[in-house]
Design a protein around this ligand. Structure first.
Ligand code: FEO
Length: 169
């Protein structure tokens, strides 16, 4: 059985994962308004990733005999200066999520909850990928200077991303 403290902390994280999806959907809306459908599509796939992260936490709380409690989701930013700013914000956001996951892991360790530690390891690894994805795109956007033919090529490249449930092992 999960402790009440860890259950409450995971319920907070469920809210943050839902906010992450909401944030990326807001970014998708920005890209759609800029006629950059590939960038928008990338962000819609990111929304699916965040939904997956959310449901994995949701299932874990239930499997451990806890109770999922949903909270209010904050409004995400709606205006952005440029595509590069969007991805810089995404990278910053993922870095903050990594910190939250690490804090959850610290709590699981303090409580000596081995099942939670094993479960949270998946998120520790996933965050390495999340940060790396955003960082890679920030770097590419800086290389193409955020405009012209390079942007068109990036839009085409980002359009190819599809959602495949992340590796569960
Ligand atoms: Fe749920 Fe993007 O981390």
């Amino acid at each position: 059985m999960i402790s009440e403290k860890l259950q409450d902390a995971i319920n907070e994280q469920i809210n943050r994962e839902l906010y992450s999806g909401y944030l990326y959907l807001s970014m998708a809306a920005y890209f759609d308004s800029m006629n950059l459908p590939g960038f928008a599509s990338f962000m819609k796939v990111q929304l699916e990733e965040e939904r997956f992260h959310t449901m994995k936490f949701y299932d874990f709380v239930n499997e451990r005999g806890g109770r999922v409690v949903l909270k209010k989701i904050a409004q995400p930013p709606v205006d952005f200066d440029s595509p590069v700013e969007v991805f810089e914000l995404s990278l910053k956001h993922e870095q903050s999520v990594t910190k939250m996951i690490n804090e959850l892991m610290d709590l699981a360790i303090a409580e000596n909850d081995h099942a939670a530690k094993s479960f949270l390891n998946w998120y520790v690894d996933e965050q390495v990928e999340e940060e790396n994805t955003m960082n890679g795109i920030v770097n590419k956007l800086k290389m193409v200077g955020g405009k012209g033919h390079g942007m068109l090529m990036m839009d085409n490249e980002l359009a190819t991303r599809t959602f495949t449930p992340p590796n569960e092992n």
